[in-house]
Design a protein around this ligand. Sequence first.
Ligand SMILES: [Zn+2]
Length: 259
Amino acid sequence: MIAKWENLTRDEIAALDKDKAIVLLPTGATEQHGAHLPVGTDSIILSTLIDKFVAEATFEEGTLLFAPPLLVGKSNEHMGFAGTLTFGTQTYYAMLHDLVKAIAASGFKKLVLLNSHGGNTDMLNMISRDLRIDFGMNVFVFDWWFTSFWNKGLEGLKESGTYGVFHACELETSLMLHARPETVHMELAVDEDPVACLKDNDYVTVFGPYNAGWKTSDVTQSGVIGAPSYATAEKGAKLFDYAVKELKNIISAFARTNY
Ligand SMILES: [Zn+2]
């Protein structure tokens, strides 16, 4: 069964077989996405994927329960552009810890932090270990920015160059053109590569391998990092279809992984 937490009753949640249940806690963001995309882009993409997953996927091995999504995350790198909302590091940690404490108190033993924003990733990887230690749960981090997830989905679709997919980019704009086209202003879209010192060298780029603690205005003037001019709704539709299937494979792997 696949369900949303908010749609079940107290007694239905109590009756679920907790040995075969996985709670997925969606972690989104509300932050500037250039001039052409709405600030809710990360959260809208994640909610759209979840809605498609609930409608189209099946899960026979037990219950997948999507917790209420967090529409604000850790986005302080985007401060300085209007519209960005963020929790501070300590607040975000404390809030996630409190929420998972409550999820564990309902008897759940397995959790997936289901993330759509690259700025949340470090926190989620760090807290996953604390949650394991504090609540005894099996905790997994699903992240699509620092894994091969989207690269796999973009095979045969991506037309932009090395830095074309990063933020408010070919990928995110395509997904938004499919999910919520009325909020996308393509006439305002600009392509922008990262600043020269953070690209095309062997050591420090926005993709690593070594990290610089940048804020967005260090990297881009427009707030875009990537090439939204290559985005199309058709690509977005294919990417969502891919994402539903691949997410199912990943969650099934989490279901088989008991440690
Ligand atoms: Zn985004």
